[in-house]
Design a protein around this ligand. Structure first.
Ligand SMILES: NC(=O)c1ccc[n+]([C@@H]2O[C@H](COP(=O)([O-])OP(=O)(O)OC[C@H]3O[C@@H](n4cnc5c(N)ncnc54)[C@H](OP(=O)(O)O)[C@@H]3O)[C@@H](O)[C@H]2O)c1
Length: 334
């Protein structure tokens, strides 16, 4: 049987449980495209799945190949697929239920792929899909951010933040962001109008009357952010922010506590006349077509921090878990 190299977990734990192994190649099922992966990227959710902290929400069937972003070349087209041909260069992000891009080959639902923007390398293209789709779902779909509105993007120098700032600039919003001083120049170059050093400054003392907050940090910043929003403003959360104690109660009780806590936070926002949205990004290739147009006019550019070879996946995860990535961590495969 034909084999390939892939980044696999056979149990939960630290980065070292993620090993590169020889495994059976996937085939393109009905509606699928088999892609030869040239580059993948690391997202914090990959680390959460690997460590087991997310296993109540996204239970993986072990052994499990991680990876949710890809750029590569179509190797085989499954039955029922009309939009792609062998040899096409594509990029995309499969749904959370069907990852597997840390591999030489991956079978992906054709509806989750789009043609790779010609001006980008595979490394650059693989850095974009999941974080751009997330920024889009938050700012366009959830908050309907518009010209002249003010948005606070927390963690502006991270994977989602670097996309959210550029998208907000395209939407002609006024942009405030938080990061450490070493990243202030980067976020300004992407379009931030006002930068807050979160280690020295308290955003709740500096800001008021915001239209939108995009928060990937969690519970504490979300609760602190509500009073800083204008009445009718939108707090868009992409991090549920499990209360710290819940992690020690086991996954199922932790999940229940998180669900109740999210409902309580939403009710609290409603009572204060603000909107709280909990966003889980959609693996929507239509958004990638919009992204291609924004790349073509220079509104969005990739921000790649470090590139690791497939063999150094554990190192790449350890780096992601430092919480210090500037933009994206990419895995070069082909
Ligand atoms: N719900 C969804 O669908 C969805 C989708 C994507 C991501 N997420 C989640 O969103 C979160 C962010 O994802 P990401 O890919 O952007 O992560 P990331 O790239 O790993 O974020 C790293 C950045 O976070 C910044 N940072 C760390 N602590 C900070 C703080 N207290 N205040 C401000 N900035 C801080 C760091 O900036 P400095 O080095 O300058 O401190 C660094 O540049 C993760 O929890 C991820 O799982 C959710």
């Amino acid at each position: 049987m034909p084999m390939m190299r892939a980044g696999v977990i056979r149990g939960f734990g630290p980065p070292e449980v993620l090993r590169v192994e020889s495994v059976e190649q996937p085939r393109a099922g009905h509606g699928d495209v088999l892609v030869r992966v040239h580059a993948a990227s690391v997202n914090p959710i990959d680390c959460k799945v690997r460590s087991g902290t997310n296993r109540a929400i996204l239970p993986p069937r072990l052994p499990w190949i991680l990876g949710l972003d890809l750029s590569g070349v179509v190797e085989e087209v499954g039955p029922g697929v009309t939009g792609f041909r062998v040899g096409d260069t594509v990029y995309g992000s499969p749904s959370h239920r069907r990852p597997g891009t840390y591999a030489e080959l991956v079978a992906v639902d054709a509806r989750e792929l789009a043609p790779k923007p010609a001006s980008l390398s595979h490394v650059e293209a693989a850095s974009l899909p999941l974080v751009f789709q997330t920024a889009w779902d938050c700012l366009v779909r959830a908050a309907a951010l518009g010209p002249g509105q003010t948005v606070l993007v927390h963690a502006g120098s991270g994977g989602v933040g670097t996309m959210a700032i550029q998208l907000a600039r395209h939407l002609q919003a006024h942009i405030v962001t938080t990061c450490s001083p070493r990243n202030a120049e980067l976020v300004r170059s992407l379009g931030a109008d006002h930068v807050i050093d979160y280690r020295e400054q308290d955003f709740t003392q500096e800001l008021s009357g915001l239209d939108v907050i995009l928060d990937g940090l969690g519970r504490q910043t979300q609760l602190a952010g509500l009073p800083v929003l204008a009445p009718g403003g939108h707090l868009v959360s992409i991090a549920s922010g499990l209360p710290a104690q819940a992690r020690t109660w086991g996954p199922w009780l932790g999940l229940l506590v998180t669900a109740l806590d999210l409902a309580w936070r939403s009710a609290r926002a409603r009572l204060s006349g603000r909107h709280l949205h909990h966003v889980i990004r959609r693996a929507d290739a239509g958004v990638l077509l919009a992204l291609e147009r924004l790349i073509a006019v220079g509104s969005i550019m990739p921000v790649v921090d470090r590139v690791f070879p497939l063999e150094a996946l554990a190192e790449a995860h350890a780096y992601s878990e430092t919480g210090r990535a500037r933009g994206k961590i990419v895995i070069a495969i082909a």
